[in-house]
Design a protein around this ligand. Structure first.
Ligand code: SAH
Ligand code: SF4
Length: 355
């Protein structure tokens, strides 16, 4: 029997398991605390649990801690990238980003990606497999432990916590819907990692059935949709998935999500010089989104080996923003370029198969 990965189960499921083992479910609180507050690295460190429970855990479960095969820091010290090993020898990348007063974990949902966006290094490597919920949760725990270790002694616990999680690493989260939703449920638990609705951002290439399911299930998230172009033809050239899920269907699904949840949607736009960054492009996306609950996140293109495009220079990015706000009353941001020197920027994550 494959042992149960402790990061793969919700607190409720863990409580049930204790019941099956004929152990008082009251101990689930302490066990959960070891996993997500103290973040211990092995069952041996759970010294305050009853011996009978520890024995069960040792015999029938594993703690799916992901060892770092490589850790790289950006020159400015704000970004750290981890290459994490999975039990089958595959690897994923996870990024810790430090902004003033908060730490964000950027986590992967798949090894590789099947969506093939032309400018994305993950897309260029193709799809290997989905991650389990436990493998997604373990990435957040890994970043969280790194934050704790780096904090000077005496730092208040609250300021050593991972404050935000963005599902913007390798992979398309809505292509791995069930595992991602289960991971989110675990990340949310308010006695554990306690990441609330506004602390988890899920970015999708525009998997329409997935967005409709989020709407039907009223999933409270920060939903980000990778738009990149405002016409079907231009979008399909950058994002092949748009051929399967055309722009009009995507916009209808976004409307359904906003109506079901009352939440605004973040639209991502990789600014590629000459390709989608002219005033005419700004007006096209402005007209598409005006009047809807939207914010546009502009990301100057990051370099990848398989794509020749260049990032839009800052003044043109500012001009794009001005058109959105002055002519269409649409809020937007230009994403800070972080971790580009270590290949940790948006769309730069990729791993090669181990020889
Ligand atoms: N698969 C999801 C999430 C991962 S990618 C998605 O596509 O939304 C996170 C964001 O980075 C997406 O908006 C994606 O379009 C963008 N991106 C990919 N490659 C990029 C690049 N080279 N430069 C800038 N942004 C990029
Ligand atoms: Fe996959 Fe997102 Fe990269 Fe597209 S941008 S290939 S959907 S990870």
């Amino acid at each position: 029997m494959t042992p149960l990965n402790l990061y793969d189960v919700s607190r409720e499921q863990l409580r049930e398991r204790l019941g099956e083992w004929d152990i008082n479910p009251i101990h689930v609180g302490k066990l959960w605390n070891y996993l997500y507050v103290r973040q211990v690295a092995s069952v041996d460190e759970m010294s305050e649990l009853p011996p009978r429970l520890r024995a069960r855990l040792r015999d029938e479960t594993t703690l799916g801690v992901l060892p770092a095969a490589l850790t790289t820091d950006s020159a400015d010290g704000f970004t750290r990238k981890f290459l994490l090993g999975l039990t089958d020898g595959r690897r994923v990348e996870t990024v810790k980003m430090r902004f003033t007063g908060r730490v964000t974990a950027c986590v992967s949902s798949q090894v590789g990606c099947a969506m093939g966006c032309v400018f994305c290094a993950t897309g260029q490597m193709g799809f290997t497999r989905h991650l389990t919920a436990g493998e997604i949760v373990a990435q957040v725990v890994h970043v969280s432990r790194a934050v704790k270790l780096a904090a000077p002694a005496g730092t208040p616990v609250a300021s050593t916590r991972v404050r935000n999680v963005v599902l913007m690493g390798m992979g398309e989260p809505l292509h791995n819907y069930d595992a991602v939703m289960h991971a989110i449920e675990i990340l949310r638990d308010n006695t554990g990692l306690a990441l609330g609705a506004d602390r988890i951002t899920l970015s999708t290439v525009g998997v329409v059935p997935g967005i409709l399911r989020l709407a039907a299930e009223q999933r409270m998230l920060r939903l980000a949709v990778s738009l990149h172009a405002a016409t079907q033809a231009e979008r399909a050239a950058l994002v092949p998935a748009a051929r399967k899920w055309p722009l009009d269907e995507l916009m209808a699904a976004c409307r359904a999500y906003s109506e079901a949840t009352g939440r605004r949607i973040f639209y991502e736009w990789a600014l590629i010089a000459g390709a989608n960054d002219t005033p005419a492009h700004a007006r096209a996306v402005g007209a598409l989104l005006a009047g809807t609950p939207a914010q546009v996140n502009l990301i100057p293109l990051n370099p990848t080996v398989g794509y020749d495009g260049a990032p839009t220079p800052v003044p043109a990015a500012r001009a794009f923003q001005r058109i959105l706000s002055e002519e269409f009353n649409l809020p937007s941001t230009v994403r800070q370029r972080r971790g580009i020197d270590i290949g940790a920027g948006c769309g730069q994550l990729a791993v090669t198969e181990r020889a």
